[in-house]
Design a protein around this ligand. Structure first.
Ligand SMILES: [Ca+2]
Ligand SMILES: [Ca+2]
Length: 380
């Protein structure tokens, strides 16, 4: 009897211990999910630099088909003749739907995640996702990633988009850090609906291209081409100052993505305020594009290089405006509200693009020639 009591006591004791151990594990798991000490992506920038998490080479670009992932809670694979790999994931439309991919990172570093998707209709609500890498959120925004909030030009309206997982207010892509090797990337639906074609995991996307200001597609009869120092191709467009005067340029977009518009300009007249109205594909994308202010450059590049660049940006935050543009041609229109302005070129640039190569060999030679001539003039 005594032995039986001892055995019973031992069993109860063992049971109590195992319950305690299990409870600890369970509590740990819960707190690991709920108690992540998350900071914003921006506030981690310094730490990432110190820990040597650099952006991976911009040539790295891997496509992970949505349909290759493990799907759950309603998400299903569907055939689609226009999609990459002939398939998409649909049914990703309820909280709890998820897709999980295995991804082999080719190098240690910071990656951008781009999502190629199509919306159910033009008025679709933003889709909101939770993203984890190896079961973890690296920064607080990963718990709340918004798509379909970046504006785009109506003439290009399409239900298909490719967008980075980005800051929803300005479209700046987030960087996700990964060591070289295998990783699990998972998205969970929080709200909204889209059909996902693929995920592109890449280095920073760099694009920069432009059209010569003087090679405009349409414009007022007052426009003229002028020769200017240090202008790309030696020329710029002028004669553009009476209210209503306009210029339209066509620019070719090489790849679907988010682009900011910029101009290389001179404004040598401080006495008048220079204001322009800007449209993309016939649409005023941001209200303040009705009154874009240009600041004096203190010369028209007649005697020296007075050219300045400016991107269209939010006048308060000074953050450039990024707009979704699919591959193909876009039309940029500028209309004079007041003041004169000369434009050397107009272009598009991605977040990590660099403005370079605006002058070719002949432009530099011309600039050098001019400097030699002016040296002799001043010498005499
Ligand atoms: Ca696909
Ligand atoms: Ca030019």
């Amino acid at each position: 009897m005594l032995r039986n009591i001892k055995i019973a006591l031992c069993l109860v004791f063992a049971l109590l211990i195992s319950v305690q151990v299990l409870a600890d594990v369970w509590v740990d798991e819960i707190s690991a999910k709920k108690g992540e000490d998350l900071k914003s992506f921006l506030s981690l920038t310094q730490k990432y630099q110190e820990d040597n998490w650099l952006k991976v080479n911009s040539k790295i670009s891997k496509v992970v088909e949505a349909e290759s992932g493990k799907l759950g809670n309603g998400a299903i694979v569907q055939t689609s003749s226009t999609a990459s790999g002939g398939k998409v994931v649909s049914g990703f439309n309820q909280p709890g739907s998820y897709i999980e991919w295995e991804f082999e990172a080719p190098a240690r570093g910071m990656y951008e995640f781009w999502f190629k998707y199509s919306l159910p209709d033009a008025e679709a609500e933003p889709i909101v996702l939770d993203i984890t890498v190896d079961g973890k959120h690296q920064f607080i925004e990963m718990t709340d990633i918004h798509f379909n909030v970046v504006p785009y030009a109506s003439a290009l309206e399409t239900l298909e988009r490719i967008e980075p997982a980005s800051d929803k207010d300005n479209g700046v892509p987030f960087g996700f850090i990964m060591d070289k090797g295998k990783h699990k990337i998972r998205i969970d639906n929080l709200s909204g609906e889209f059909e996902l074609d693929y995920l592109r995991i890449s280095g920073a996307v760099k694009h920069f291209f432009f059209t010569q200001g003087e090679n405009y597609a349409a414009g007022s009869s007052t426009l003229k081409k002028v020769s200017r120092i240090a202008a790309s191709r030696g020329k710029a467009v002028s004669g553009f100052e009476n209210p209503g005067d306009f210029i339209e340029w066509k620019v070719n977009v090489p790849e679907d993505g988010l682009y900011a518009i910029f101009f290389r300009y001179t404004l040598g007249d401080r006495s008048v305020e220079c204001v322009r109205k800007v449209q993309l594909n016939g649409k005023t994308i941001y209200p303040d594009w009705d009154e874009v202010h240009f600041y004096p450059t203190d010369g028209w590049s007649e005697k020296r290089n007075d050219w300045k660049e400016r991107r269209l940006e939010d006048p308060e935050t000074r953050q450039p405006y990024f707009i979704y543009m699919p591959k193909g041609e876009v039309t940029i229109r500028m209309e004079a509200v007041s003041g004169p302005l000369e434009i050397d070129y107009v272009g598009l640039i991605t977040r990590d693009g660099e403005i370079k190569g605006e002058l070719n060999f002949w432009d530099y030679l011309r600039l050098l020639w001019h400097q030699i001539i002016s040296f002799f003039i001043s010498f005499n």
